[in-house]
Design a protein around this ligand. Sequence first.
Ligand code: PAF
Length: 283
Amino acid sequence: MPMQIAHTRAEVRAMLGERRPGLVPTMGALHDGHLALIERSVAENPLTVVSVFVNPAQFNDPGDLERYPRDLERDTALIASAGADLLFAPPVSEIYPPGFDTTVRVGDLAGRWEGVHRPGHFRGVATVVTILLNLVRPARAYFGEKDYQQLQVIRRMHADLALPGEIVGCPTVREADGLALSSRNVRLSPEARRTARAIPRALAAVVAAAEAGETDARRLEAIGRAELHAPDIEVDYLAVVDGETLAPIARLNPGSRLLVAAEVGGVRLIDNAAVDPGEGEGA
Ligand code: PAF
């Protein structure tokens, strides 16, 4: 069956009826990370819906919204070839019709890290994801671990608001040199792209130190920061945190996470890694 395309809330509801599909919410500009989410949904559900919606409510910088890459024709072809059954590509007026006046706000979890640097960002994400979950009523919805804080914020609101289906976090897809795939990578100059390798290097250095037995979060952060010490890298934050609450921790615990955000050649990149306490000698 050829993939169907819906542009309105009513069309999605009519096309799905009582069926509970897999859902992959995206903002388009698809890369292999998105395709991995779609392929997983196709493997785990009889029906897969992919949404493409560049959500203005989650951009705190109008310039960033304007520059966000858009190519619906290319995205449509990729989504169809990955085996999805339904593409939902609504205009802004369909998600936020005249009179729209509701936002979903997650508390402390959304106020940290990205929440400090991008005020209002997670309110926009939480609001649009709530609308999508309620419209599509998926059995499972798939999100990448690359946006780790986003995934935790979505898990929190999903549990708190008893939203439908299950939230499935999927591993980050990386380039051969370790850089996490992101729709923003296309904006890196060749030089900035080379410099950006420092981010996965910093993650690897911290993970290796933890495996070797370092458990002190501040010392681990210093190891990560040393890798990012370069004139054209500006670190917004590099922090070892609790993997669920994202609160800073003093010592590693099972499930701790390293979160990084840095601007490289004017492009803001984020990444993260699991940092579990290792078997090595404690330092
Ligand atoms: O991760 C994204 O692409 C977006 O934040 C999402 C989840 C599709 C909501 O707009």
